[in-house]
Design a protein around this ligand. Structure first.
Ligand code: SF4
Ligand code: ZN
Ligand code: ZN
Length: 305
């Protein structure tokens, strides 16, 4: 098949919009979409100091590469990366080496924080202690540490690598779990709660399907770790939701965009209807929490020897 914009062979077909893309036009299209997402939603503005949550996977590596490309010559915007070492042997240790060298290559400062140092245990240790639920616990610990460390480093926003597929999986999983309130987390700059200690999150790849994210990283020789975390099997609902959505997308191309847009339209109503209660500070650690003791402190207490 030929590219819709030149005579070259196409490498990607977006059948639902009727366009095929060659390598050159795909890169152009991809970058334009990210820039538009940033501009239209005012994700990044002059004076911002952006912390990039950099896991070393394709999506966060693309975010690092693109934000650096777009803003490196803008003296009014600062960027740095943050990597979390959860203590997963044979996985995270391998990724960190590559991540550090990519940051060096781009000239972006990377801060690495380890679970062992911050919480006193690794996810490897946790997996031996719990029969299940360690992936969810890891997520809670990581989200909290990301917000805390970004704040300490004076970041004004946190950029994450969430792509269209991640977003759709979360929407569907929240519906399946009956957790309607979490739907307000959808979108390029979700409101996670009103608290001065919360750093706003931005998702520059929110309109990027996963398959296109992988293609972009490969074409641009962006180093990324291709394997999934060995503990992701601890979250079977996500894997099944992912398969379900991919099958639907095959028979009804564009359905992920429809689901995402639908959730974005519903989110303001949910927010209005269930106006979030006041978020206070955890009695133990002082981090934002809707309960007297936050989930992180609860976990640490449960897991301490
Ligand atoms: Fe942690 Fe789960 Fe992510 Fe692995 S998949 S790094 S256990 S949150
Ligand atoms: Zn072309
Ligand atoms: Zn706490």
């Amino acid at each position: 098949m030929k590219c819709s914009f030149c005579k070259n062979e196409s490498i990607l077909s977006r059948s639902y919009e009727g366009h095929n893309y060659c390598e050159k036009h795909f890169i152009k299209f991809f970058e334009k979409r990210v820039k538009k997402t940033i501009r239209v939603n005012k994700l990044i503005e002059n004076g911002d100091k952006i912390a990039i949550a950099y896991s070393g996977g394709k999506d966060s590596s693309n975010v690092l590469f693109l934000l650096n490309k777009i803003f490196k010559n803008n003296p009014k915007i600062e960027l740095f990366a943050m990597t979390f070492d959860e203590g997963i042997k044979g996985y995270r240790d391998k990724i960190i080496k590559r991540s550090e060298s990519f940051c060096k290559e781009l000239g972006v400062k990377n801060y690495v924080f380890s679970f062992k140092k911050e919480f006193g245990f690794t996810i490897d240790q946790l997996s031996k202690k719990l029969d299940s639920g360690f992936c969810g616990s890891c997520g809670i610990l990581k989200r909290s540490l990301l917000n805390k460390k970004a704040r300490e480093l004076k970041a004004t926003k946190i950029a994450t690598g969430h792509n269209l597929d991640d977003e759709c999986q979360s929407i569907l999983m929240n519906v399946l779990r009956g957790d309607l309130l979490r739907l307000v987390r959808v979108g390029p700059m979700p409101m996670i709660g009103i608290h001065t200690k919360f750093i706003p999150r931005i998702k520059p790849l929110v309109l990027t399907p996963e398959i296109e994210s992988e293609l972009f990283a490969k074409i641009n020789n962006i180093p990324f770790y291709p394997k999934k975390c060995p503990y992701s099997v601890d979250n079977p609902l996500r894997g099944k939701t992912e398969d379900f959505l991919n099958n639907l997308e095959k028979s009804s191309p564009g359905i992920k965009y429809s689901l995402y847009e639908c959730a974005c339209k519903i989110a303001p109503f949910i927010k209005e209807k269930f106006k979030a209660g006041k978020i206070g500070n955890c009695r133990k650690c002082g981090e934002p929490s809707s309960q007297e003791v936050c989930k992180v402190c609860e976990l640490i207490e449960k897991l301490s020897p």
